[in-house]
Design a protein around this ligand. Structure first.
Ligand SMILES: Cc1cc2nc3c(=O)[nH]c(=O)nc-3n(C[C@H](O)[C@H](O)[C@H](O)COP(=O)(O)O)c2cc1C
Length: 367
């Protein structure tokens, strides 16, 4: 099947992407230590994938408090900013475009990752059932541990979190990123605020849909004021149940947010579909309801093939499709799709941590 639509350029805010095949954000837990720094190995990995229309980086914590897994890269120190700059320079030199995913994990964390062994923070003191955090134990052993019972954030602390997001977005711009993506998906802090179960607050950040959406919209407004709305994308995961999110109200929430994003002129809306990590599959009716509300670039991700993606674009429902696991194993995914070539299989044992193996050594068609 021809994939002409996927191979057509797309305007995203002020950025033009060469095609509509995006690389999804993928945590790989290979930041250099100490300091959670993006480094040469990561620059090589991303530059190998620079023929993607847009690379969305792995989630990058905006603060120490926002970290939930060992070895993920940060964007809150000068050294981390410098590390990301070398990643961006390599991707740009290879002709690619790149967006940095801004991350605060909220309750999906552990006291071993927090300053002074503090409890992680969340909208409410509600533990994520089945939530896991990846830590290095005091004896040096890496381990997946249950997340801690979080502490509820005081209302007076929220402006500080918004400020951390803004500082991270400014650093991203200084590092040369084309765009930033606010991670409001997959059960992390901003998703926890949206969620009726994780958020049991009685202040103006809890209760009604407008209240639960308030922190996300404040983060967006503050970042847009700092760097321009046309450089801002957002990721949502309606119906996703990852990390104990509840399916209640999800479509109404996403539709409301899509309208808010449209009013604010955001560059893109990225929907992580639920089926990769549980949850009821999205319908085309719901995808169309987002399309009707949001006129910026609308992107879907989750179990897509080139054929399925082309159908979605041809139907006018999406502007681009992002690919996650196929991009781990196929640095030249665009060429493979264009030629109808077979894909390399994914090695699931090398997803997180380690070095070159399963990271920068997947073969291209050229060898
Ligand atoms: C190893 C791995 C790491 C991931 N890390 C992130 C992440 O950092 N941020 C995020 O929003 N989604 C993350 N995801 C979800 C992917 O972006 C994507 O939504 C999911 O893999 C489904 O797309 P696929 O079927 O094309 O792989 C991750 C998924 C995998 C498999």
């Amino acid at each position: 099947m021809a994939i002409d639509k996927l191979l057509t350029p797309l305007t995203v805010g002020k950025t033009t992407t060469a095609n509509r095949i995006w690389m999804a954000p993928l945590t790989r837990s290979r930041a250099a230590q100490p300091g959670d720094l993006p480094a040469e190995l990561n620059a090589l990995y991303y530059s190998q994938r620079a023929t993607a229309g847009l690379i969305v980086t792995e989630a990058s914590q905006i603060s120490r408090q926002g970290q939930g897994y060992a070895w993920t890269p940060g964007i809150y120190t000068d050294e981390q900013e410098a590390g990301w700059r070398q990643v961006v320079e390599r991707v740009h030199a290879a002709g690619g475009k790149i967006s940095l995913q801004l991350w605060h994990v909220g309750r999906i964390s552990h006291h071993l990752l927090q300053a002074d062994g503090a409890a992680p923070v969340a909208p409410s003191a509600v533990r994520a059932e089945g939530g896991k955090s990846f830590v290095v134990l005091p004896d040096g052993t890496p381990s997946n541990e249950p997340t801690d019972l979080p502490r509820a954030l005081e209302t007076s602390e929220l402006p500080g979190i918004v400020a951390d997001y803004v500082a991270a977005a400014r650093r991203a711009m200084r590092a040369g990123f084309d765009l930033v993506e606010i991670h409001a998906a997959n059960g992390y802090l901003l998703n926890q605020f949206l969620d009726t179960k994780a958020n049991q607050r009685t202040d103006q950040y809890g209760g009604s849909l407008e209240n639960r959406a308030r922190l996300l919209l404040e983060v967006i407004d503050a970042i847009a004021a700092a760097i321009g709305a046309d450089k801002v994308g957002v990721r949502l995961s309606p119906n996703g149940v990852f990390s104990d999110m509840s399916p209640i109200d999800n479509e109404a929430t996403a539709n409301y947010l899509a309208e808010q994003f449209q009013t604010r002129g955001l560059a893109y809306l990225h929907i992580a579909e639920p089926d990769w990590a549980g949850g009821v599959a999205l319908t085309d009716d719901f995808r169309r309801s987002l399309r009707a509300r949001f006129k910026g670039a609308l992107v879907f991700c989750g179990h897509y093939t080139a054929e399925k993606a082309e159908v979605l674009l041809a139907a006018g429902i999406a502007d681009a499709v992002a690919f996650g696991r196929p991009y781990i194993a196929n640095p030249d995914l665009v060429a493979r799709f264009a030629q109808g070539a077979a894909l390399n299989p994914l090695d699931a044992t090398t997803l997180y941590g380690g070095a070159e193996k399963g990271y920068t050594d997947y073969p291209t068609l050229a060898g």
